[in-house]
Design a protein around this ligand. Structure first.
Ligand SMILES: Cc1cc2nc3c(=O)[nH]c(=O)nc-3n(C[C@H](O)[C@H](O)[C@H](O)COP(=O)(O)OP(=O)(O)OC[C@H]3O[C@@H](n4cnc5c(N)ncnc54)[C@H](O)[C@@H]3O)c2cc1C
Length: 230
């Protein structure tokens, strides 16, 4: 009989990361492990059909989905809101727990989550020599996402150049394209969104979606390294 280790992955609240991706990667790479994903919002950033695809994709890889909240992780045990305690040899946390208090401590105006308040050009409302981009910035309409942090950083760099050249800075426009999650190396589920992040019906799945996601990830990495597109 094969020895089955157990790995538990905690899922964060909706829209704050892709723990389902991590669970799928572990399950695909190590089918000898028992992988369990725990959370109250597994795949709930998708519409019904796409959500079903994600959940059945995880199940196909052998990932157990536990729809429950986590209250404590201690001593090899994951305690759930329902009162159940799960044994765990290894627990992977995939949580966006907030932003550091650096902006607030520095005397900048922040929103209730501690994110620096910025104007339309991503400059602090208190001092236009200070830019705030990414998770630490309260950009209206923006959520925690590298897909938004990267264009914000590029826009801030452009603004610096414009200002240095004596030109007027331009406002940043939040523009969403879609949401996607990979299910191992060979499959993914993607759903297109409108500019304002509301879901469209259209989507893509399977190998095609995996190829698109891989291309997007590599493109993002290349752009970050080379400044391409900034
Ligand atoms: C588990 C997980 C999965 C995610 N998956 C996705 C995904 O699939 N798609 C997606 O779009 N987004 C995803 N995200 C969100 C994405 O990672 C963030 O939105 C993105 O990294 C934000 O970039 P950033 O540069 O603003 O912040 P970060 O990437 O967090 O960078 C901030 C940096 O500042 C440093 N820092 C903090 N305080 C100080 C200080 N006082 N002095 C100096 N340095 C400091 C930190 O160490 C860190 O290196 C995920 C997040 C998590 C946690």
């Amino acid at each position: 009989m094969t020895h089955r280790e157990r790995v538990r992955v905690r899922v964060p609240p909706a829209s704050s990361g892709r723990p389902d991706t991590r669970a799928a990667e572990v399950a695909e790479a190590r089918p000898d492990l028992r992988v369990r994903i725990v959370g109250t919002s597994v795949a709930d950033t998708f519409s019904h059909r796409a959500r079903h695809r994600v959940r059945s994709g995880l199940a196909r890889l052998g990932v157990d989905i536990v729809d429950d909240g986590v209250t404590e992780v201690a001593g090899g045990s994951v305690r759930l809101r329902s009162g159940t305690a799960l044994d765990s040899d290894l627990t992977l946390w995939a949580v966006v727990s907030g932003v550091p208090d650096l902006a607030a401590r520095s005397g900048l105006s922040v929103d209730p989550d501690g994110r620096a308040l910025v104007d339309a050009c991503l400059r602090s409302v208190d001092d236009d020599r200070i830019f705030a981009v990414g998770d630490c910035a309260a950009v209206p309409g923006a959520r925690f996402a590298c897909a938004l942090a990267t264009p914000q950083a590029a826009h801030a760099a452009d603004t610096l150049v414009r200002v240095a050249d004596g030109r007027r800075p331009e406002p940043f426009a939040v523009r969403y394209v879609g949401r996607a999650v990979t299910l191992g190396r060979r499959s993914a589920v993607g759903q297109f969104t409108r500019r304002d992040d509301t879901l469209r019906r259209a989507g893509v799945s399977g190998r095609t979606a995996a190829a698109i996601k891989e291309l997007a990830s590599r493109g993002g990495k290349y752009a970050a390294r080379t400044g391409t597109g900034a």
